[in-house]
Write a protein that binds this ligand. Structure first.
Ligand SMILES: Cc1ncc(COP(=O)(O)O)c(C=O)c1O
Length: 396
C-alpha cells in the first residue's frame, strides 16, 4: 500500500490483517493452478457433506417461497430450535430474547465483541488462538492480552492462568474449547472456576463453542450450563462444524438479553437476517435426529488417532493430544536450522512446495514452533499426507 493509499483507509481497518488461513489457501490455489496434485490439510472445515435431511429442508423452503426478509435475529422458530437444542444438550434455560441467529459463528463473535469492548479494554486470549480472535478484538479497539498454555499439558487452559492475566482493564475473557488450532479441551473444573472468577469480578466470558459437539472426551461442556454465572456469559455457537454446514453461514449467540439486543441492533444495520432458506435448514438440523453428529464425531476420532500416531512416528516431531475439533498441532521446531528452515512458516512453505502438502503455519495462531493440520479428510488422503510429510522430513 502506498502512503497515499494508507491515508485513504481508516485507522481501524489498518489495525487488522487478512486471516492467515486464507493466505495459505491462496498460495495453495496458485500451485494447484499449475497442475500440482496437493494433499490439502489446510482448511478448517468438515469433509463430510451436509446431511440429506438438512438439504431437503432448504429445498422445501425455496419451493414454499420462504424467500423473504425475516426478523433480523432469526425467526422465532429458529431461535426456539436453538434454545431447545442447547437446553437438551447442556441443561441451559435461555429464553427467546437471550438468542440471536447470525450469518455464521464468526459474525456472532464479531457482533458480541463490538458491543462489549471499548477502546483500550483488555480481552484475555489464550494461546494458541483461532486466527480471527485478535483481529476482531483489535477492530473493536480492544487490546488482546495473550496467555500462554503448555503443550506438554496438551495446551490445556487452567483457571490459574486466566486469573494471573486479569487487570482492572479486563473486560472480556475469550474461551474456545475445544480449541482451534490445538484441539485442547478445558477440564470442567477449570471452566467452572473461570466462570466463577469472571462473574465475581464483573468480567464477561465470551465462550466460542463452535466445536462443542466435536469433543472426543465423551464429555461435552458448555459455559451455558453454569446458571450462576449466566449474567456474564455469552455463548457463540455455529452449525458450520457440527452439521458440516460451513458454506451455509449460520451461527448464533446466547446470553443476557440486553447484550443480545445490542447485537441485534448492530446486525440490523449490517447484514440483517441470516438467509431465510438457511434458517429453515438450521431448524431441521437442530430439531431432527442428531445421529449424523454422532457418526461424524466417530469418524473424526478415528482420523485423530491416525494422524496423531502417524505424526508421532516421524523422527523429531512431537504432537500434543488433541481432545476435540479436527486439528493436530505438532511441534516441528526440531527441523529449524535444516535446509534453510527457520520458522513454522518456512516448514509450511517447504511442505507445500516440495511435498505438496498444505498445512497452516503456527504464527497466525500465536505460536512459532507448530503447524496446524486439519484431519477432516478421508483416511486415504490423510495417509497420503502423512507419507509425504515423512519423506519430506527424512530428506532435510
Ligand atoms: C474457533 C472458531 N470459531 C469460530 C469459527 C467460525 O465459524 P463459522 O463462522 O463458520 O460459524 C471458526 C471457524 O473456523 C473457528 O475455528
Amino acid at each position: 500500500m502506498t502512503a497515499a493509499g494508507t491515508q485513504l483507509l481508516t485507522q481501524r481497518i489498518q489495525r487488522i490483517e487478512v486471516s492467515a488461513t486464507l493466505a495459505v489457501a491462496g498460495e495453495a490455489d496458485k500451485l494447484r493452478a499449475t497442475g500440482a496434485d496437493l494433499v490439502d490439510l489446510g482448511p478448517g472445515e468438515p469433509h463430510f457433506p451436509t446431511p440429506e435431511h438438512i438439504k431437503e429442508a432448504a429445498i422445501a423452503a425455496i419451493r414454499h417461497d420462504f424467500t423473504k426478509y425475516t426478523a433480523v435475529g432469526g425467526t422465532t422458530e429458529l431461535r426456539d430450535a436453538i434454545i431447545r437444542r442447547h437446553a437438551a444438550d447442556f441443561g441451559s434455560d435461555y429464553k427467546r430474547e437471550d438468542c440471536v441467529a447470525s450469518v455464521g459463528g464468526k459474525h456472532a463473535l464479531f457482533n458480541a465483541i463490538q458491543v462489549l469492548v471499548e477502546d483500550g479494554d483488555e480481552v484475555i486470549v489464550p494461546v494458541p488462538y483461532w486466527v480471527s480472535f485478535k483481529d476482531i478484538v483489535r477492530y473493536a479497539g480492544g487490546e488482546p492480552v495473550y496467555i500462554a498454555t503448555d503443550e506438554r499439558r496438551d495446551f490445556a487452559l487452567t483457571a490459574d492462568m486466566v486469573e494471573r492475566a486479569i487487570t482492572p482493564r479486563t473486560k472480556v475473557i475469550l474461551l474456545n474449547s475445544p480449541n482451534n488450532p490445538s484441539g485442547a479441551v478445558m477440564k470442567p473444573e477449570d471452566m467452572t472456576a473461570v466462570l466463577k472468577l469472571a462473574h465475581e469480578r464483573g468480567i464477561y466470558v465470551v465462550s466460542d463453542e463452535c466445536y462443542v459437539y466435536l469433543n472426543h472426551t465423551g464429555q461435552r461442556l458448555s459455559a451455558g450450563s453454569a446458571h450462576e454465572a449466566k449474567e456474564h456469559v455469552i455463548i457463540i455457537g455455529s452449525l458450520s462444524k457440527t452439521y458440516a454446514m460451513t458454506g451455509w453461514r449460520l451461527g448464533y449467540a446466547l446470553g443476557p438479553a440486553p447484550i443480545i439486543s445490542a447485537m441485534q441492533k448492530l446486525q440490523s444495520q449490517s447484514t440483517s437476517n441470516p438467509t431465510s432458506i438457511v434458517q429453515k435448514a438450521a431448524v431441521a438440523a437442530l430439531s431432527g435426529s442428531q445421529d449424523c453428529v454422532k457418526q461424524m464425531l466417530a469418524g473424526y476420532i478415528r482420523l485423530r488417532d491416525q494422524i496423531v500416531a502417524g505424526l508421532r512416528s516421524i523422527p523429531g516431531i512431537t504432537c500434543a493430544a488433541p481432545n476435540g475439533a479436527f486439528y493436530a498441532y505438532p511441534n516441528v521446531s526440531h527441523y529449524f536450522g535444516q535446509k534453510g528452515m527457520k520458522s513454522a512458516s518456512d516448514v509450511a512453505h517447504g511442505l507445500l512446495h516440495e511435498a505438496h502438502v498444505v498445512v497452516v503455519p503456527g504464527e497466525g495462531f500465536g505460536t512459532h514452533d507448530h503447524v496446524r493440520i486439519s484431519y477432516a479428510t478421508s483416511p486415504e488422503n490423510l495417509q497420503r499426507g502423512l507419507d509425504r510429510m515423512r519423506d519430506f522430513f527424512a530428506s532435510v
